[in-house]
Ligand binder design. Structure first.
Ligand code: NAD
Length: 314
């Protein structure tokens, strides 16, 4: 398998936005030894430097090294994780963040140019699907190299809840939340399996309430934000897993936000993830109701994208 050429021995991850989410992403990448160097970038320099010191203590074994970086340095990293942006206030939807976060996105990407042609840009700031679409345009990178964390986090929440209900490890459950990382997401029950067996056959009817589980996944972030003001550890674990899949060219199947030509937006469907990003979509055999839900979710996102184009002249 041919990987990207690199003159450096050290793999580097830049985390742009060193707040709650950025720090959790960096921490998870440190603990999982995903890269050789982690750069933190933030407009609040004193705060950023304090995060570098704190995270540097977590990397006490010597790797990865953690340091402060500039936009320009971030643009030359192997993976650039963008968490810079306003977070949801209690009761606010992800889509309501767009006004504040689109201008931050522009500043960040323009500041990093020219980007390394091999960089993978991983959007985490919300609304992640909409920002991923605009990041593809603003960065000029090939679309497969600009991805969003999407419904990967929602899917691990789903697997965790199912595991509790059916008494089988989440590792043996293949089940996806697809569509928008937001209110129009849905669970693709028709393709969910446990140990390779369709979930309907593997688990006796009535073991769990599908609608209730889907609802709890959808509302999980709101519940966490209500209680502690931000979600951070789950997304940190997700970002570490995505970075690892990219840097070690693992070709893992993950539900992440990527450009889907047929739907005209970035949205989460399972893709094969490796050093070239979201290189290969996986054909999905959704049932009629799920296909409708997917198209509805995409229509919601296209509507927001059209509003942003009009309001921000993009
Ligand atoms: P936070 O306020 O704690 O951190 C945001 C950081 O971004 C701050 O430190 C701020 O100084 C920095 N920042 C702002 N503008 C910047 C710029 N131009 N350049 C560099 N840094 C800049 O917020 P948080 O809790 O870390 O959340 C960050 C984003 O992540 C939010 O949009 C939130 O909704 C999103 N989020 C996404 C997911 C997901 O699953 N995709 C999960 C949790 C949070």
């Amino acid at each position: 398998m041919v990987l990207f050429e690199t003159s450096r021995q050290t793999t580097r991850i830049a985390v742009v936005g060193a707040g709650d989410v950025g720090a959790a992403c960096a921490f998870a990448c440190i603990m999982n030894h995903v890269a050789g160097e982690i750069l933190l970038v933030d407009i609040k320099e004193t705060f950023r430097d304090a995060q570098v010191l704190d995270l540097g203590d977590a990397a006490y074994r010597g790797t990865p090294s953690v340091r402060a970086g500039t936009y320009q340095e971030a643009g030359q990293c192997d993976v650039i994780v963008v968490t810079a942006g306003a977070k949801q206030k209690p009761g606010e939807s992800r889509l309501q963040l767009i006004g504040r976060n689109i201008s931050i996105l522009r500043t960040v990407i323009e500041g990093m140019k020219p980007l390394s042609k091999d960089a993978i840009l991983l959007l985490v700031a919300n609304p992640v699907d909409v920002l991923t679409c605009f990041a593809q345009e603003i960065s000029g990178l090939p679309k497969q190299q600009v991805i969003g964390s999407g419904t990967f986090l929602d899917s691990i929440r789903l697997r965790g809840r199912l595991s509790q209900k059916i008494g089988i490890s989440a590792n043996s459950i293949d089940a996806y939340v697809l569509g928008e990382h937001g209110d129009s997401q849905f669970v693709a029950w028709s393709i969910a399996t446990v140990g390779g067996v369709p979930i309907d056959e593997a688990v006796p009817a009535g073991t769990f309430d599908r609608d209730l589980i889907a609802e709890k996944c959808r509302n999980s972030a709101a519940t966490i934000i209500e209680g502690k003001g931000a979600t951070s550890f789950g997304i940190g674990a997700v970002v570490s897993s995505i970075c690892s899949a990219i840097l070690f060219d693992k070709h893992l199947v993950r539900p992440i936000s990527h450009w889907v030509p047929d739907l005209g937006c970035c949205i989460s469907l399972p893709v094969v993830l490796g050093r070239r990003g979201a290189a290969r979509p996986l054909p999905m055999n959704l049932n009629e109701e799920e296909q409708k839900a997917l198209e509805g979710s995409a229509a919601t996102l296209r509507g927001v994208i059209a509003d942003v184009r009009r309001d921000f002249k993009l």
